[in-house]
Ligand binder design. Structure first.
Ligand SMILES: NC(=O)c1ccc[n+]([C@@H]2O[C@H](COP(=O)([O-])OP(=O)(O)OC[C@H]3O[C@@H](n4cnc5c(N)ncnc54)[C@H](O)[C@@H]3O)[C@@H](O)[C@H]2O)c1
Length: 275
């Protein structure tokens, strides 16, 4: 009997071939926003290099994409290491012969006051959230310059636009990503390379559902926690779904967004709209 899988992404629709023939790298691809985006890219016809440091979640994202008829490989990549970032670009070029899209998504945060951080904790957040954006882009850009086209999207946060208590490294790095996006868009636009970032509000991902993540929303997070997180998204008053971010990323990397660059796309259920 075929194994039945709970569909963890019920909001994803069938693909329309919007990324047909494109090769995409996604970091943090085995969970949350990265996982939903990798799955959507696969459905839209992209060949996906799924990068993550953890591969124990079943089915692993590349298997999930292949089960749906898409093309994907998995690469065990730690985005905080330059050698790994170089290896993920090489994996795309060696396996699929090209690279069109880099989605730098993996991120981390430590909730405590600034004066309580050790150097190790501070550098951990800087390395994964900011330095990895630099390292991934540095590895991909020579290829993009050579082919005079390319697309980079990074995951920032509404906490890159507004502050959140007890989250100094996270807020600082996510704000840095927003302006690094603009800077890179200026430098590389003349080479046909677009660079954008996405700013999610509170999204229901395994970060909030316990680890390893549960496939259903009922597990790992109490209703009280969900209500509190959801109410921070002030207009829609619910947590967002990873699929709702994935569709924003899809727009940014698609040909329909050919005049969009240096942009921070906010998808936050209204979290940032009031004074
Ligand atoms: N969930 C939210 O509410 C929210 C809101 C705003 C921004 N974000 C951002 O979205 C991104 C994805 O978060 P998520 O909520 O989907 O989290 P998640 O924990 O569900 O997924 C993150 C994935 O990144 C991987 N990862 C962590 N460190 C890594 C490393 N060094 N190298 C490679 N992979 C690594 C993890 O193994 C995990 O699979 C992050 O950048 C996060 O800051 C999330």
């Amino acid at each position: 009997m075929a194994e039945s899988i709970i569909d963890e992404h019920p909001m994803l629709r069938h693909g329309l071939g919007r990324l047909k023939g494109k090769v995409a790298i996604i970091t943090g691809a085995n969970s949350g926003i990265g996982r939903a985006t990798a799955r959507l890219f696969g459905r839209e016809g992209a060949k996906v290099v799924c990068c993550d440091i953890q591969e124990t979640i079943a089915p692993r994202i590349d298997d999930l994409i292949k089960r749906e008829g898409g093309e994907a490989i998995f690469a065990n990549i730690d985005v905080s290491k330059q050698a790994d970032c170089d290896r993920m670009i090489a994996a795309a070029l060696e396996t699929f012969g090209d690279l069109d899209i880099l989605y730098n998504n993996a991120g981390a945060g430590i909730r405590k006051k600034l004066h309580e951080h050790t150097d190790e904790e501070w550098n951990f957040v800087l390395n994964i959230n900011l330095n990895a954006m630099f390292r991934g882009a540095r590895a991909a850009i020579p290829h993009f310059i050579k082919k005079r086209s390319g697309n980079i999207v990074t995951t920032a946060s509404t906490f890159g636009l507004l502050a959140s208590p007890d989250y100094p490294g996270y807020c600082a790095t996510k704000a840095a990503i927003v302006n690094l996006t603009r800077e890179m868009a200026l430098d590389y636009g003349p080479y046909g390379i677009r660079v954008n970032c996405i700013c999610p509000g509170a999204i229901e991902t395994p970060r909030f559902r316990g680890f390893p993540p549960k496939a259903t929303l009922g597990d790992g997070m109490t209703d009280e926690q969900r209500e509190k997180m959801g109410s921070s998204n002030k207009a829609l008053l619910r947590m967002g779904r990873p699929e709702e971010i994935a569709y924003g990323v899809l727009f940014l990397v698609s040909d329909e967004a050919s005049f969009v660059t240096g942009h921070a796309l906010v998808i936050d259920g209204g979290q940032t709209i009031d004074a």
